[in-house]
Design a protein around this ligand. Structure first.
Ligand code: GLA
Length: 332
């Protein structure tokens, strides 16, 4: 059997998912594939790109204790989905690791399907979100796993992270999505991510759910850092809504302006950018044919996503919106 799951890029809406906000990612044409056969009482996977195999017993304890490090994600899936039988197979992937394209979500979703997970794309995503949290220790939201599980070719996905409703938004003809890596290795992202999430929760304790909060509510928050974090989330939710409308209308300059504003908000109010990411965004925004650019994903390094006219950029990964995860019986 063969299970495959895509990476994702987020067009707009970062650090909004874990407060029930709006996000607009798309599943991309870079995928992770797990191929093999069920059986035995452990999960044994070799990787085409990594030397050491992942060998995970079905009764795995703490996934974070597993080695090599990539086996933690496999272990997270085993711990959460509790498959009745093991699996032996191989993993291959075109999703670059550490670039901000959710290679870990693609691995989790593909492994869960290979191990026989039965359920809706939403149930699959929620199980894999939990697996990611167990494996990495990062209190992540559901965006990455849901984009990978529920992708629709030619569409971005407007996800309301309170209702978990997914609305496919058609992408206009004549535009390109380009992902440009910063080359920066992420540092301290785990503790900084958890800290940002805690600051958002402090804001919620004061003014209630952020998807319903106004900027007047935000202005009542006394702590300047908590206030800035909440301001990012409230304005970002509005930008996601506006971006979905602008994409439907094919208004690329409006999309571009919203992306640039999102980057500013992530830089100034949420403080998850880096000088390297800022320079990259400025350079891209000054390039003819580029409508907008912003850091994408958690930040602290990783990559920038740009919306461009076809052929405007030669660098980076030129990605298209693809279908989400799927299973095929038999070998390739
Ligand atoms: C990471 C997390 C997501 C989301 C983004 C920021 O990718 O896994 O849940 O919070 O960061 O938008």
């Amino acid at each position: 059997m063969r299970a495959t799951a895509p990476g994702r890029v987020n067009l707009i809406g970062d650090h909004t998912d874990y407060t029930g906000g709006l996000v607009l990612p798309m599943a991309i044409d870079l995928r992770t594939t797990v191929e093999g056969d069920p059986g035995g009482d452990d999960v044994r996977l070799v990787s085409e790109d990594l030397e050491e195999p992942a060998i995970v017993p079905l009764d795995v304890g703490d996934p974070r204790k597993c080695v090599p490090p990539w086996a933690r994600y496999v272990a997270g899936v085993v711990a959460v989905t509790a498959p009745v039988t093991g699996f032996t197979g191989r993993v291959s992937s075109t999703v670059p690791v550490g670039a901000g394209l959710s290679s870990s979500a693609a691995l989790e979703v593909a492994v869960a399907l290979a191990l026989g997970f039965q359920g809706s794309p939403l149930e699959l995503a929620l199980a894999c979100q939990r697996a990611e949290q167990l494996a990495s220790g990062v209190p992540c939201g559901v965006m990455d796993q849901l984009a990978s599980a529920a992708g629709v070719a030619g569409h971005a996905l407007l996800i309301d992270c309170t209702t978990l409703r997914v609305t496919p938004v058609p992408l206009p003809e004549g535009m390109e999505v380009v992902v440009v890596p910063s080359g920066e290795v992420r540092r301290l992202s785990e503790s900084a991510y958890a800290e940002r999430r805690a600051q958002c929760e402090a804001a919620i304790a004061l003014i209630g759910p952020l998807p319903e909060a106004t900027l007047d509510d935000v202005a009542t928050v006394a702590d300047p850092i908590v206030r800035a974090r909440a301001r990012h989330v409230v304005t970002e939710n509005a930008r996601v809504r506006d971006m979905a409308a602008a994409l439907r209308a094919g208004e690329l300059p409006t999309c571009g302006a919203l992306m640039a504003a999102s980057h500013e908000s992530l830089r100034v109010d949420f403080e998850v950018s880096t000088p390297r990411l800022d320079t990259l965004v400025s350079e891209l925004l000054a390039t003819p044919g580029v409508h907008g650019a912003r850091l994408t994903g958690a930040g602290f390094g990783g990559c920038v996503v740009a919306l461009t006219d076809p052929g405007a950029l030669r660098t980076g990964w030129h990605v298209s919106a693809e279908n989400g995860a799927e299973v095929r019986a038999g070998r390739a």
